[in-house]
Design a protein around this ligand. Structure first.
Ligand SMILES: *Cc1c(COP(=O)(O)O)cnc(C)c1O
Length: 477
């Protein structure tokens, strides 16, 4: 399998070459040259594999179709090390729970940091360590986080050989639980930097450091952001696992509802569907930051400025543009790289928007690709959390609530609707208290984490200071 860029760069690359990279050299995103196709016999076999041998083995079946430059035994060993009951809390790894008539929750947030990002990031940690050892290289991961991504990256990379993490977060702006999760890590290779500023300041610093190519090369600076292909690929697996658990027959269709921000999670669903998984609808749920809902309703994709990006009570979906969206548009336009480039490199840079409403492809968004969308507000979120709690005794987090709210608008009889649970309520306790008047339950392993000693460097929003810090850490060890 080789990978191409959505913007037409002529080079074709292998999995392990793009594993440690972000964007393609032309600014595009990597996608496989083709999507491997699975037929009914393969689906039937994978159903048995999941039930009899477990999630890691199902992941091996799927990932080995996309990865041919890691020996099969090594890949299998990495997957078995990643997807264990010990790390993810259950043998099913992503158990399905019935909520109400026709509606299910697929639990993706029982990993170390209680958000679905662990599903991919845990694998990335093992893949990075493996590939760096194979090359005799080291990597310094520099990232910016407003919460979930940073902690998922740190818990995946802690103690990994050849890897250091430098994670910038806006000082005092994450929930106390999230701050404690990150800052209480004492691993020598994890470096938390609290920036005196907001998330955008953190992101600007990462961009400034990455733009200094000399510094970047000298200190082996890399990222783990949501456009990484390996993260997307890891997420494809749980769409298959969800379908297997919700159906008994191999021709039975299901729909998925996905709380969305950067379009990474639901893009994995799109890939599963393109491979032949019988998915009826992919329901994109947004919060008040409705860039994606606007596109799926109108055909207009309009990036927001920071003044129009709201701080909401489902903060992990507070985005101004959806960084993985280009992958879907590339497929939608019949994989026309020149057309994709004209939209994402030219029109967005010039106008901050593009309009496909009159394009013949836009009619296919729903009919051929199964996409529909909806949006949810703070009031919807509270009402949905309260309703699930009062009627079913099930407590869901604010992001998952956005998913449930929109899922209900698209239910079809005879088609199970699976809502992806993207975080556990304890991460967002203040909103839960607002909805139901009591604190969410806390898994025992997180008892009292707010009181643990913290290891964090506070720094002004100054890229030069961050560079100097990275340099001094790298020189010392
Ligand atoms: C990251 C995140 C999302 C959004 O996922 P995307 O892949 O960016 O669309 C939704 N919910 C939670 C809890 C998250 O952490």
């Amino acid at each position: 399998m080789r990978y191409l860029s959505t913007r037409g760069h002529p080079e074709r690359r292998r999995f392990s070459d793009i594993l440690l990279e972000g964007l393609a050299p032309d600014g595009g995103l990597y996608l496989p040259e083709t999507y491997p196709q699975v037929d009914a016999a393969t689906l039937a076999r994978w159903r048995r594999v999941y039930h009899e041998q477990g999630y890691a083995e199902l992941a091996f079946e799927i990932l080995s179709l996309y990865i041919d430059d890691i020996p099969a035994d090594d890949l299998r060993a990495l997957l078995r090390k990643t997807y264990t009951a010990e790390v993810f809390g259950t043998g099913e790894i992503v158990p399905l729970r019935h909520l109400e008539d026709g509606l299910w929750l697929e639990a993706l947030s029982n990993g170390p940091t209680l958000a679905f990002k662990d599903m991919a990031m845990q694998l990335l940690g093992h893949l990075f360590e493996y590939e760096l050892a194979r090359r005799g290289e080291t990597l310094n991961i520099l990232g910016a986080t407003s919460g979930d991504t940073g902690s998922a990256a740190e818990y995946a990379m802690r103690g990994k050989r050849g890897i250091r993490v430098f994670m910038l977060s806006p000082r005092g702006r994450m929930s106390p639980f999230q701050q404690a999760q990150m800052y209480s890590l004492m691993d020598a290779n994890i470096h938390n930097i609290a920036i005196e500023g907001v998330f955008d300041d953190c992101q600007d610093i990462v961009k400034a450091v990455s733009a200094d190519l000399d510094f970047k090369r000298r200190w082996h600076i890399g990222t783990v952001n949501s456009i990484n292909w390996a993260r997307l690929l890891a997420q494809v697996v749980y769409y298959f696992a969800g379908w297997i658990q919700a159906t008994e027959r191999d021709d039975q269709r299901v729909s998925f509802a996905v709380p969305s921000g950067n379009f990474g999670n639901v893009c994995a669903g799109h890939i599963a569907r393109m491979m032949g998984l019988p998915i009826e609808r992919l329901v994109v749920a947004t919060n008040e930051n409705d860039v994606l809902d606007e596109f799926f309703r109108t055909g207009v994709y309009r990036v927001r400025g920071s003044a129009d990006t709201y701080e909401t009570s489902s903060p992990s979906m507070d985005i101004s543009k959806a960084s993985n969206f280009e992958r879907f548009v590339f497929d939608l336009l019949g994989r026309d790289a020149a057309a994709t480039r004209a939209l994402f490199a030219d029109a967005l840079a010039r106008d901050g928007r593009f309009d496909l409403s009159a394009h013949p492809a836009f009619a296919q968004v729903r009919d051929r690709y199964g996409f529909v969308s909806g949006r949810s507000t703070h009031a919807n979120r509270l009402a949905t959390i309260r309703d699930a709690w009062e009627r079913f005794g099930v407590l869901i987090d604010p992001h998952t609530a956005d998913g449930v709210k929109v899922a209900r608008e698209y239910r079809q009889s005879g088609v199970p609707m699976i809502v992806l649970e993207t975080a556990l309520p304890i991460k967002f306790a203040a909103t839960i208290v607002e909805a139901i008047g009591r604190e969410p339950e806390r898994p025992a392993r997180f008892a009292g984490i707010e009181d643990l000693p913290k290891r964090v460097q506070v720094m002004p929003a100054d890229a030069e200071r961050v560079k100097a810090y990275i340099e001094s850490v790298c020189r010392q060890s």
